[in-house]
Design a protein around this ligand. Structure first.
Ligand SMILES: CC(C)(COP(=O)(O)OP(=O)(O)OC[C@H]1O[C@@H](n2cnc3c(N)ncnc32)[C@H](O)[C@@H]1OP(=O)(O)O)[C@@H](O)C(=O)NCCC(=O)NCCS
Length: 178
């Protein structure tokens, strides 16, 4: 298990809010449920392609337990007034078996959207992916998801897009790591 491809650290959003970034850990399962509960229906639908109110425990477990190589996730956290940690954003990749291509998913809870966090998470995920020999990220985006399409456009990350079954299949080659 190599969590060291990503060093936990504090980041500052453009409005000055400080957050912690760290690799996901199995103990985050409950925090993932809480994060989904804090998302609007729109955010949940764009992330999961389904209007779920709560993830199944099996899905939460699968999302929280990664191998830090073929599957990696970075979480952004803050502290509640009680001092308890809270997940406010997640970016993950899942490598297509035996390839250098990985599918990406990202979500930021509504309260923290439009402050630059999605961009930070994807940039960091790309760095981790590169360190694990991943060359291409792919993702599926609903055409009405102006947030994600806007984010990818801003980052210059739409290298190929095709409409298939009412969804955009987007892929982009990761920049070389410095
Ligand atoms: C997509 C998502 C991750 C963006 O997160 P975010 O933290 O708000 O993103 P950022 O603040 O870094 O936004 C970066 C850029 O994306 C674009 N963008 C973000 N939200 C936008 C919106 N509502 N409309 C248009 N463009 C938008 C803008 O260009 C923005 O830059 P700007 O604020 O300087 O104009 C977030 O909206 C989300 O969680 N959506 C639901 C889940 C999802 O759709 N995931 C993708 C499929 S897995």
């Amino acid at each position: 298990m190599n969590t060291t491809a990503f060093q936990a650290r504090t980041i500052e959003l453009r409005d000055g809010t400080k957050l912690q970034l760290r690799p996901i850990v199995p103990e985050d399962e409950a925090l993932l449920h809480e994060a989904v509960a804090a998302m609007s229906e729109r955010t949940v639908y764009f992330r999961f392609f389904s209007p779920i109110k709560r993830m199944s425990d099996a899905l939460a477990h699968r999302l929280a337990v990664v191998d830090y190589n073929d599957r990696f996730a970075i979480v952004a956290t803050t502290r509640k007034p009680t001092g308890k940690e809270r997940i406010v954003g997640v970016a993950r990749y899942d490598r297509a078996s035996g390839t250098d291509v990985a599918e990406v998913a990202v979500a930021v809870i509504d309260e923290f959207q439009r402050r630059g966090l999605g961009s930070v998470l994807l940039t960091e995920l790309a760095r981790v992916g590169r360190a694990h020999e991943i060359k291409t990220f792919s993702l599926i985006v609903l055409p009405e998801n102006s947030e994600m399409l806007g984010l990818l456009r801003k980052m210059g990350w739409i290298h190929q897009a095709r409409l298939s079954g009412g969804m955009y299949e987007i892929s982009f080659d990761l920049p070389e790591t410095r």
